[in-house]
Design a protein around this ligand. Structure first.
Ligand code: NAD
Length: 249
């Protein structure tokens, strides 16, 4: 018996980065895990991989119901799928705003709506949303992305209130800059990726990026029985980026 044995978990965006590390960590602690991803190739056994687009309600419903049938129910939903956007309000057009808000915010609504009937049958139901320090940090050049994560934070609190009496806990994690393929792609796009990485690391209070495994560990905690009395919280995993409010020397 391990910490999460007998529990069944669904992780969206679980084929890469934070989601993949979370799927691995949940499985390592004994949970049965299904990943829902646009491109689920490469998800390791015994994790079940299902192709789904959180931007499409029918796709989400089919995948969540398939996961519930194959796992025998759902106790844990990790709403992690998300996409980025750079720029000020002048840089993203309406189509980009609709697309990012649709994936990052409504995507979580769709998966939660589809999972709720299954979560209500669980004695240990928990939802963990992957938010970001961008929700409250006032980051430059991230207007659309920040707005989407601000909505995820509010959604987390509202969902926690709505479902607390049903025994369904809802929390979120706020990663800082995490070393995932997403950030890797951003660095690769720079003129000098190595210099860009060094500069990025230099801006972190700990002098390094957060790892996907460190964010996953926080998600596992919030999803598991150790957090049985924890709901409506945002747990920062950001190397002190927000709380310490350090200024460059
Ligand atoms: P990633 O790009 O490595 O992984 C994201 C995964 O989501 C991919 O497998 C992708 O295929 C999947 N995905 C994207 N759109 C999808 C859709 N419409 N339907 C289903 N799956 C979809 O990214 P990551 O860095 O691991 O980020 C995961 C989450 O963490 C995101 O919500 C992101 O906003 C959040 N986050 C990341 C960082 C960071 O620095 N990496 C910081 C804060 C928050």
């Amino acid at each position: 018996m391990t910490e999460l044995s007998g529990l069944r978990a669904v992780v969206t965006g679980g084929a890469s980065g934070i989601g993949l590390a979370t799927a691995r960590a949940l499985a390592a602690r004994g949970a049965a895990v299904a990943v829902l991803d646009l491109d689920p190739a490469g998800v390791p056994e015994p994790v079940l991989s299902l192709k789904a687009d959180v931007g499409d309600d029918a796709s989400v419903r089919t995948a969540v119901d398939t996961a519930a049938a194959r796992l025998g129910g759902i106790d844990i939903l990790v709403n992690n799928a998300g996409i980025g956007a750079a720029g000020t309000v002048e840089d993203n057009d309406d189509e980009q705003w609709h697309r990012v808000l649709d994936v990052n915010v409504v995507g979580m609504v769709r998966t939660t709506r589809a999972a709720l009937p299954h979560l209500r049958r669980s004695a240990h139901a928990a939802v963990v949303n992957t938010c970001s320090i961008a929700a409250t940090a006032g980051l430059p050049q991230r207007a659309l992305y920040s707005a989407s994560k601000g909505a995820v934070l509010s959604l987390t609190l509202a969902m926690a209130a709505d479902h607390v009496r049903e025994g369904i806990r809802v929390n979120c994690v706020n990663p800082g800059t995490a070393d995932t393929p997403w950030v890797g792609r951003l660095l690769e796009a720079a003129e000098d990726p190595r210099a860009e990485r060094a500069a990025l690391e230099g801006r972190q209070p700990m002098g390094r990026l957060v790892t996907a495994e460190e964010v996953a560990a926080a998600i596992v905690y919030l999803a598991g029985p150790a957090a049985a009395s924890v709901t409506g919280t945002a747990l920062a995993v950001d190397g002190g980026m927000q709380g310490l409010r350090l200024r460059p020397a």
